[in-house]
Write a protein that binds this ligand. Structure first.
Ligand SMILES: Nc1ncnc2c1ncn2[C@@H]1O[C@H](COP(=O)(O)OP(=O)(O)OP(=O)(O)O)[C@@H](O)[C@H]1O
Ligand SMILES: [Mg+2]
Length: 497
């Protein structure tokens, strides 16, 4: 459950928050002054604070300053009335996570709050790597005992304590984000903020302003000044995910920040100085992007000094057993409806023989799907996703998803994606029969909406959130697509602007 603290002296705002966030996943506490909020924080340990800027007694900015001293990682969203955005900008400089204009738009409020809660979780969940993996307080671990993973652990250990920029590369689903968080968690800056930005999910023309901010009037629509992530995250760590998809002008700015710690806001000429550690990741072979002149060579060399290359799962299949056991335990702990805590040897043998084009993510999803279907305490071959059994049985495990130079974003290696891409001419009837079999085994799967949801997510990923293109891919209208996005609450998950 996520803990939300609202600090606002207006009772009607408190009342609307109670209504808006009335959910079993959220525990909302309210405080009616800055002083009361500050007193509550150490006891309550909220995941997120939402605070009004203008309050009697201690005002929002001063309260924010004190919150930052108590806990620099605690995310704070400020609320302000129209006409006082200057104060909101001050708040962003002080490290506020975002600000909202009152009266607020409820969907926008929810979007920001859920985005912030995810960022808070990323920051706080302890990501361990061996040998501490067995410890009690471990939420999440980077699991692996194979030689390549031992090397990765060694590097995490060496790099965590330094301020060095790190580049993490590897196919989709190999654990790049997880490793980035392990580096952050185990380093000197773990008490400072960590912000992740997915460069592929933000439209090219907005990314620069997202990272570096902009001055008022910098471009059409820039009605107020905006503080970017680098300024906001001063003293902390920024995770630039999918850096291979960044445009050349933004790459130039990144290079300068890495070299001198300075940048200018978009449309500005005043240099801003920051102290931010950068961890970057990409599944795109950057050497090829450099050759194609799509990635700056100097930036590549700068990033490449400290590089962690995550091997595809098929090159460390001895880790599969360990991962499966870890996932089974994780799912059973998280949800008591999920029963199996162990797996039959013949089922394990199938998982060990599959090629896993979607790597650990695909394995995790397969184990989750199987544990939902499973009837008993032990996971059996019949519980495994049929396409995986079929691929192993026919001896034609799907080939790894090719990541061609020039293409970007998520390769089509999501679970299930492999079925279509590997089967030549699309056999809709066969595919539907297979899925229907699956539904028959477990109606709880809610097969049709689940598939619909997955399809929409895939299409949006593929088109980087472009709804027109995504709708076209799926053969539906944009209006229908939009309805699905809303119905399934997909927006937050993909952090589409
Ligand atoms: N070694 C590991 N041990 C435990 N879980 C792992 C490991 N590697 C990956 N995972 C899990 O697999 C999933 C995918 O990992 P992650 O998101 O870090 O991959 P990624 O390389 O960033 O993928 P992408 O390129 O698609 O963004 C996550 O749920 C993560 O927790
Ligand atoms: Mg990732």
């Amino acid at each position: 459950m996520d803990k939300l603290l609202l600090i606002d002296d207006e009772t009607d705002v408190q009342y609307s928050f109670k209504r808006i966030f009335d959910s079993p996943e959220i525990e909302l506490t309210t405080a009616d002054s800055g002083e009361a909020g500050l007193e509550l924080i150490p006891k309550l340990r909220p995941d997120l604070v939402i605070m009004d800027i203008r309050m009697g007694g201690l005002n929002g900015l001063e309260t924010l300053r004190r919150i930052r001293q108590i806990d620099a990682r605690l995310l704070v969203i400020m609320m302000t009335a129209y006409g006082t955005t200057q104060t909101a900008i001050e708040a962003m400089k002080l490290g506020a996570y975002d600000y909202l204009l009152k009266p607020f738009d409820v969907p926008k409020l929810k979007n920001i709050v859920f985005g912030a809660l995810k960022a808070a979780r990323d920051m706080r969940q302890v990501v361990a790597f061996q040998p501490e993996l067995e410890a009690e307080d471990v939420d999440i671990g980077v699991v692996g005992r194979s030689d390549p993973m031992q090397n990765v652990f060694k590097m995490i250990g060496q790099l965590a304590g330094s301020k060095a920029t790190v580049l993490i590369t590897g196919e989709s689903g190999t654990g790049k984000e997880l490793v980035a968080r392990a580096i952050y968690q185990n380093g000197d800056r773990s008490t400072q903020p960590f912000l992740a930005i997915n460069c592929a999910a933000i439209p090219e023309n907005l990314l620069e302003s997202e990272l570096f901010g902009h001055e008022k009037g910098a471009f059409t629509g820039a009605a107020a000044m905006r503080i970017g992530k680098f300024e906001q995250c001063n003293n902390g760590t920024i995770f630039l995910d999918e850096i291979g998809d960044m445009s050349l002008p933004t790459q130039t700015k990144i290079l300068r920040v890495l070299q001198s710690g300075t940048f200018e806001r978009v449309g500005g000429n005043q240099p801003v100085q920051v102290d931010v550690r950068v961890i970057a990741a990409t599944n795109r072979p950057l050497e090829q992007a450099v050759a194609a002149k799509e990635f700056r060579e100097d930036l590549f060399y700068r990033l490449n000094v400290m590089r962690i290359q995550l091997p595809p799962l098929r090159e460390r299949s001895t880790d599969i057993r360990l991962l499966v056991t870890y996932f089974l335990r994780k799912f059973a702990n998280a949800n008591h409806q999920v029963r199996p805590r162990s797996i039959a040897e013949d089922a394990m043998a199938i998982l060990e023989r599959y090629r896993w084009p979607g790597n650990v993510r695909e394995l995790e999803n397969a184990v989750l799907r199987a544990s939902v279907v499973a009837k008993g305490d032990v996971l059996l071959p019949a519980d495994l996703p049929p396409e995986i059994c079929a691929a192993v049985a026919t001896g034609s495990p799907v080939a790894p998803a090719p990541i061609a130079a020039g293409t970007s974003g998520v390769p089509s290696s999501e679970p299930g994606g492999s079925v279509l891409s590997s089967s030549g001419p699309t056999d809709m009837a066969g595919l539907s029969r297979m899925l229907f079999d699956w539904a028959r085994r477990d109606p709880k799967l809610k097969i049709l909406p689940s598939i619909e949801r997955e399809m929409v997510i895939n299409a949006l990923r593929e088109t980087k959130g472009n709804q027109v293109q995504a709708a076209k891919l799926l053969g539906i209208t944009r209006a229908t697509l939009r309805k699905r996005v809303e119905k399934f609450g997909i927006k937050q998950e993909l952090s589409i602007a």
